[in-house]
Design a protein around this ligand. Sequence first.
Ligand code: PLP
Length: 335
Amino acid sequence: MISDPLGTYPTPVERWPHLDRGRASLWIKRDDLTHPEYGGNKVRKLEHALAVAKKRGANRIVTVGAVGSHHVLATTFFGRRAGFEVEAVLVPQPTTPTAEAIARAALGLGLRPHPASTMATGFLRTLARAGEGTYVIPVGGSNVEGVLGYVDAAHELAAQIRSGRMPTPDLVVVTLGSGGTAAGIALGLAAAGIDTRVLGVAVSDPAIVVRGLVTWLIVQSSALVASTSRTFRLRSPSALADAAQAMLTCTTDFMGKGYAHPTSEGDEAVRIAAGAGLTLDPTYTGKTFAAALAAMAQGDVGNVLYWHTLSSAPFEPLLVDAPAALPPEIARLLR
Ligand SMILES: *Cc1c(COP(=O)(O)O)cnc(C)c1O
């Protein structure tokens, strides 16, 4: 669909027996490997967004996110490479070991930051910066374009299942931050005729907003995806949206106190994965992997696919042009 892809696809799907629990078998979709310099799920989410921005003749990308978010860094990295000016309204978040480094990397790569004191004022400031020649990317990159990147990814997985690379999973476990990744996976797997369940593990709050956003994204994107459905019945956008919704369950059980607040289960999952050679983070993937471990231990699933969304590319090269310290008005956003 995209003439000039940002990422390297297909990403591998692998069996990780050292991380099995109970009688379940763990598989991992390696979206940490979507790009050799900066991988993770934001690469696919930006594929369609940057292509649309270019097609519309935009020269500036404006986005919004937590000061230490991968989304802001990825938008800066890929947006600057594609020749756009990149601005982001940055909102506060709890300090984590990587958040400061992510913010410094984004500044070094040419991000123009606009600090805001709350998410609500951040949204308003973002809208205020929209205008002629500007393409606005919402928080987490979750708009219809972002979802379409993960619909592509779901079709990619379906092809890997059909070619015998892995059996049809009983459960797919993926992080639910702003929801675009999970929405795209559920829509794409429904359209591809893969009979499975998707568990979205909420890591950002308020949960009711996230749940609503996922539903909205599925409905908004279903019209563009329905025509690719393998099942004739699901060529109707509303039938496809219903099927995707039925496939997807969201859990808030692993969130703890909220976005970027670590949990003991998440930290334990980070430690367990590290023992098998898989690097996770406390904000997104640790909490998600804790949910995958719990689902396997519970015993009613066979093949579980954990969809890995965190870049595994070395981080130091991204810091080459980074300032040694954050300017005070940005540092203040890490609390
Ligand atoms: C952004 C992000 C997510 C969440 O993806 P959404 O599409 O916003 O739900 C998950 N994992 C990592 C590592 C991320 O950076």
